[in-house]
Design a protein around this ligand. Structure first.
Ligand SMILES: [Zn+2]
Length: 342
């Protein structure tokens, strides 16, 4: 088993008014422009590295903030290979699927990689297993649960910091050094209890029990009528458990549903609705075994959604009432004794 420590740098649209943002903004907002990774052996020694710039296809102009933060230049990305080529080279460098897990510093890199792969219609199944080392660091060093800058943790361990931060390969190497200080096996074993079960994202750290993908859905309304979205069969006994699923909004393009088999327990379903090519939509759905923590998070959102729906209903009723009043007031506006008159 290898550990692949990955760090990515990405570019953003310079402004929401740009043509590029209007064209791509609903499909991709963080466009990867640099890969940096190191491979660790079982003893957590760095045995190999991977680095590449990527030429952006959507947001070609380097955002001033990204330029300031990283050492990346416009020229460097202009002359770099494109994402599909770099992603394929990286995948090959990682090795055979199932022989490695990804380690990152923070929650952002793997979802960014996933959305860039999806944007280019590339396979995402090989980035299944990953762990945010911040979580393991916080637990094992007994610090608070806040996110910590890589530089602060390098300082904490009194490791040498000769290389500039916010360079993908340097950051991956620094993260690799931190991995060397942690008990990864123990961290992995406890990981599920340490993270907010819903933050981890659609894929999480365990491969899901079930994955469904559909592309080329011609319109959004149609999505919820698709059996792939609206029904659920127990992954164990294949019994149809739910039809006409009412999804609960998680955040952004993510939705959740808690399914239950009388025989095999509860499953958390996750749904993502994304823009596909042209005017079409695509969906990605997974099922995993739910945990009590997930169920709590789910019910909080479900409750919030119910309350919001109630509020909306009340508002609508009040508005109708008001309209009725206005009509009545207009009819009786010659009556100066009307107490409702402002
Ligand atoms: Zn079942």
């Amino acid at each position: 088993m290898y550990y692949i420590v990955l760090d990515l740098e990405w570019n953003q649209p310079v402004s929401r008014d740009t043509h590029a943002y209007q064209k791509y903004g609903n499909r991709l907002t963080s466009e990867i422009i640099q890969f940096g990774a190191v491979k660790l052996d079982q003893n957590k020694r760095i045995i190999d590295s991977f680095e590449s710039m990527v030429q952006p296809q959507c947001y070609k102009k380097l955002h001033p903030h990204v330029k300031r933060l990283t050492s990346i230049t416009q020229q460097a990305i202009d002359n770099a290979p494109r994402f599909p080529q770099v992603a394929e080279a990286f995948r090959q460098w990682c090795g055979k699927d199932g022989t490695y897990v990804f380690l990152t510093w923070g929650y952002d890199d793997m979802p960014a990689l996933e959305s860039n792969l999806a944007f280019h219609h590339l396979d995402t199944s090989w980035i299944n297993r990953w762990y945010n080392l911040q979580v393991i660091f916080n637990q094992q060093e007994g610090t608070d649960s806040n996110q910590k800058a890589l530089s602060a943790v390098i300082e904490y361990y009194q490791l040498e910091q000769d290389d500039q931060f916010h360079d993908a390969l340097n950051d991956a190497r620094y993260t690799g050094l931190i991995a060397g200080k942690l008990d990864l096996e123990q961290g992995f074993a406890q990981y599920k209890e340490l993270v907010n079960p819903l933050i981890v994202g659609i894929r999480g750290f365990d491969p899901p029990l079930e994955q469904i993908r559909k592309q080329g859905i011609p319109n959004k309304k149609l999505i919820y009528t698709l059996p792939a979205v609206s029904t659920f069969l127990c992954p164990e006994c294949k019994m149809t458990l739910h039809t006409g699923i009412r999804w609960v909004h998680q955040s952004g393009d993510k939705y959740l549903f808690l399914a239950q088999c009388p025989e095999h327990g509860k499953f958390l379903l996750r749904l993502r609705i994304m823009k596909g090519t042209g005017e079409t939509f695509m969906i990605y759905r997974t099922a995993e075994r739910s945990t009590p923590e997930m169920e709590t998070e789910y019910h909080i959102r479900e409750q919030r959604e119910l309350e919001r729906a109630e509020l909306l209903k009340a508002k609508r009723a009040a508005k109708e009432e008001q309209q009725k009043d206005t009509i009545q007031t207009e009819q009786s506006s010659d009556d100066p004794s009307d107490p409702e008159q402002p």
